[in-house]
Each structure stands twice: as structure tokens, then as C-alpha cells.
Ligand binder design. Structure first.
Ligand code: COA
Length: 259
């Protein structure tokens, strides 16, 4: 069977995961989703501190859900495929380690949704995002109608969802949808640099900040603050926070153990 997912620890604590179906522009089929889920579960339990997710080749990040998988399915089978995709994307969003999307080329439909599920994104200058679904008589079903409005506001999100118009990298940056836009050959080095910066922080602090920010989107007013206070108190009880404060006092670099 083809190796649809490539992975390697490119430097200490930083894992690079590549969706590898370049002949199909890295379209997401069941096989990719399954592999991705098991890899993420393994990363969750590992010493890895930051993950970079990208697509093979220079044209596409991911060209969407695999249209062949969608074409001939009954509503029930399609429901299962969509739920599988939604669960994998949620796994990415809720992973204790940050996942950085290195958007090396276009991110269409499920590819746009995959990028939206990643907490951080770096895009090539030539990359663009779009939802072609409505033009195919379909609609985004991997969380796109839920995450895009939260990311850029309902009005603008609806325009992109309803028209299928391309959202270019520069505009994505202006809207706060990507952290940086860089020349194509710089996408991976920049993603690695960002991952390295995060990997140098205390892992529990990184985990709790991710959870607090994510939780805050779903909780109104003071409930979000209560979540923040709870996680901060927990964070303050870790060995790493004692080490961080001791290092500050002793004017040295902290050595975090992830405890
Ligand atoms: N699912 C399955 N296969 C896909 C795919 C997808 N979403 N997107 C591209 N592919 C496949 C093509 O079928 C083709 O395979 P083949 O060589 O076996 O025929 C291969 O990838 C290359 O794509 P091709 O269309 O020949 O390249 P192109 O440069 O002419 O066009 C796109 C590129 C991205 C504009 C075009 O492939 C496209 O519109 N894809 C669908 C995008 C989409 O609607 N995504 C949302 C899905 S819900």
C-alpha cells in the first residue's frame, strides 16, 4: 500500500508530518485520515513538543476531501466519512502539542478545513484557500462552516463559503488567518523556526495555553476566565514552573522536563 503519510523528527522535539499523495494533490481519503489519527495519538503520548503538518510537492497543501470517496457513497457512508474527517481535525485542534500548518500550496475544501483546525499557520506567497464545494453541489463537511466564521467573522466567511472565491495568502495574512506569508522555499524553515521557539517553552504551559485559548472560544465571559485561572493554577504546580522561576532567579536558561 502507498505510504500516504510521511513523518520524521526533523529536530529534537519537532515532528514533520507530510500528507503524501502528490499525484492526487494530497486529497484526503479514508486511508490518510486513519493514518493521521493514529500518528496524532502516538504524538500525543510522545516527547514531541510541536508538530508541522504539510503536503507533499510544491503545488498543493491538500486539494480537498477525496472526491472519489464522496462520489459513489450513500448518505450513511458519507456521514461516516465526514464524521471520521471531523474527528481527525478535532484531534489536531485539541492535541496537547501545537500543530503548525505549513501551507505550501493551495488548500481547497477539506484542505482549507484541515488548515483551519491547526492552531498556527504559515503560508507560501503562492498559496491560496478556497471552498469549491458549492460549485460541485456539495458543502464543506469537515468543520469549515463552523471554523471559518469563528476565524474571520460570519459575513466574510459566508462570502467565501458561498462563492468558492480564492482567498490568497496576502489577504489571509491581513485577516489574521495565517501567522506569516513567505516565499515557497521558506515555508518549512519558518515553520521549523516557530516550532523550535515553542519547543523551548515548558510543555505543560504550552498545553494549558492551547486549552485555555480554545476553551475561551466556546465559553462566555467569566467561564473562560475560570478555565484560565484553573489551568494557570495547575500550570503553577508543575515542576517546570518551579524550574522556570528558579532559572529566572539564578539568571540561567531553564531546563524543562515536561513534568
Ligand atoms: N479528490 C480526488 N482527486 C483529486 C482531487 C480531490 N479533491 N483534487 C485533485 N485530484 C486528482 C485529480 O483527479 C487528478 O488525478 P488523475 O491524474 O488520476 O486524474 C490529480 O489529482 C491532478 O489533478 P488535476 O485536476 O489533473 O490537476 P489540475 O492542475 O488540472 O487542477 C485543481 C488542479 C486543484 C484545480 C483540480 O484538481 C480540482 O479542482 N480539484 C478538486 C478540488 C476540490 O473541489 N476540492 C474540494 C473537494 S470537497
Amino acid at each position: 500500500m502507498e505510504n500516504v503519510l510521511l513523518y520524521e523528527e526533523i529536530e529534537a522535539g519537532v515532528e514533520l508530518v507530510t500528507i503524501n499523495r502528490p499525484d492526487k494533490l494530497n486529497a484526503l481519503n479514508q486511508n490518510v485520515l486513519q493514518e493521521l489519527a493514529s500518528k496524532l495519538e502516538q504524538i500525543e503520548r510522545s516527547e514531541i513538543r510541536a508538530v508541522i503538518l504539510t503536503g507533499a510537492g510544491s503545488r498543493a497543501f491538500v486539494a480537498g476531501a477525496d472526491l472519489e470517496e464522496i462520489a459513489s457513497r450513500s448518505p450513511f457512508a458519507l456521514w461516516d466519512f465526514l464524521r471520521q474527517g471531523q474527528k481527525v481535525l478535532r484531534l489536531i485542534e485539541e492535541l496537547r502539542k501545537p500543530v503548525i500548518a505549513a501551507v505550501n500550496g493551495f488548500a481547497l475544501g477539506g484542505g482549507f478545513e484541515l488548515a483551519l483546525a491547526c492552531p498556527l499557520r504559515i503560508a507560501a506567497e503562492t498559496a491560496y484557500f478556497a471552498f469549491p464545494e458549492a460549485g460541485l453541489g456539495l458543502m464543506p463537511g469537515f468543520g469549515g462552516t463552523q471554523r471559518l466564521p469563528k476565524a474571520i467573522g460570519k459575513t466574510l466567511a459566508l462570502e467565501y463559503l458561498l462563492t468558492g472565491a480564492r482567498l490568497g495568502a496576502a489577504e489571509a495574512y491581513r485577516l489574521g488567518l495565517v501567522n506569516r506569508v513567505v516565499p515557497g522555499e521558506e515555508v518549512l524553515p519558518k515553520a521549523i523556526e516557530l516550532a523550535r521557539q515553542i519547543a523551548a517553552q515548558a510543555p505543560a504551559a504550552v498545553q494549558f495555553i492551547l486549552q485555555s485559548v480554545r476553551g475561551g472560544y466556546e465559553l462566555a465571559g467569566e467561564r473562560g476566565e475560570l478555565l484560565e485561572a484553573g489551568l494557570t493554577a495547575l500550570c503553577g504546580a508543575t515542576e517546570d514552573s518551579r524550574e522556570g522561576l528558579a532559572a529566572f532567579k539564578e539568571r540561567r536558561k531553564p531546563v524543562f522536563q515536561g513534568r
